[in-house]
Ligand binder design. Sequence first.
Ligand SMILES: NC(=O)c1ccc[n+]([C@@H]2O[C@H](COP(=O)([O-])OP(=O)(O)OC[C@H]3O[C@@H](n4cnc5c(N)ncnc54)[C@H](OP(=O)(O)O)[C@@H]3O)[C@@H](O)[C@H]2O)c1
Length: 335
Amino acid sequence: MRAYGFKSNGGPEVLEEIQVPTPAPGPGQVLIEVAYAGVNFAEVQHRRGEFGEPDGPGGYDVPGLEVSGTVAALGTGATGPAVGEEVAAYLPAFGGYAEFAVADAEFVRPASGLPLAHAAGVPCVYPTAYGVLTDAGRLREGESVLIHAAAGGVGSAAARIARALGAAHVFGTVGSPGKTELATALGYDALFPREGSADAVRETTAGHGVDLVLDPVGGPVRRASLDVLAPFGRVVVYGDLGLHQDWTADAWDLWKNNRSIAGYNIGDVARRSPATIGEHLSRALSLLASGALPYAPPTVIPWTEVAETHRLFEAGATSGKTVLDIAGHAERSPA
Ligand SMILES: NC(=O)c1ccc[n+]([C@@H]2O[C@H](COP(=O)([O-])OP(=O)(O)OC[C@H]3O[C@@H](n4cnc5c(N)ncnc54)[C@H](OP(=O)(O)O)[C@@H]3O)[C@@H](O)[C@H]2O)c1
């Protein structure tokens, strides 16, 4: 089968089109003929080497944490989806940038009638967004939320979910001023430039601050996030886009000011509580399909442009969700 992979870590240029054996579903697994693959910042990190060196078939790793497509075969004992059914699947061990992917059945759910291009951007992003807001962030109705990297895949999903969960106010920060204009389309009350956002949040909330901050950026942004918390507010740490690994929190600052920091990692949840991922994924797909959770159509890119897409992600130049057209729908659609 065709796939995009890399055999050494590096820049987007290490991604190459390859031929690899079609995977066979093992016990409890599902083989999916991939229609679309979601693109996530974590795949940039995978390619750069933040998750280790490639060690897949032929020395290649194939990135891709989430796909949509059609069930092609079931491994022994795999329950849930039927052959021929349209599904969305989370792939904690990667492999989505390919014509076929194997997923554990517990991370595969029916697409519920959602267009497959949109369904591909759900399985990693929405369980993460639910996880940071509810499992780690303990969001309650009537609370206020501040979302950094607000226009990204996880950020824009989290904004809509926070609103659906009853958040009273949903604010976000973005790195480039042009993105603040996307606030309404992405479901925010307001988007602020990230630089100086603490003052903007204090001003907007009349000095009260916010109850929950979602922070995948780190460093000075993490410091500012703690400083805008209302009493008993929480910062959820779920990434380190700015690569500030040395940043540390001050325990005295936390207990003297009634502040908390929580962490979230979907890979760890997938290992230790896989049913939680399946539940979040089912809920997201059915709410999106019914219209109860609003969504914007993803940006669909031919998968031959995957390297350029990774460049745009690293430059922070994307907004909303981007998916790769694996099955070549664009080429096949009438003009
Ligand atoms: N812990 C978990 O379980 C988990 C799961 C999924 C994703 N994540 C993390 O969530 C974050 C967002 O992922 P995503 O797939 O939604 O990404 P995305 O769609 O690419 O959004 C990321 C956005 O982050 C902003 N950003 C801030 N600093 C950046 C930097 N140094 N380099 C590049 N972009 C930067 C950019 O927007 P601006 O223009 O606003 O700066 C960019 O568009 C990543 O850190 C990812 O690792 C964590």
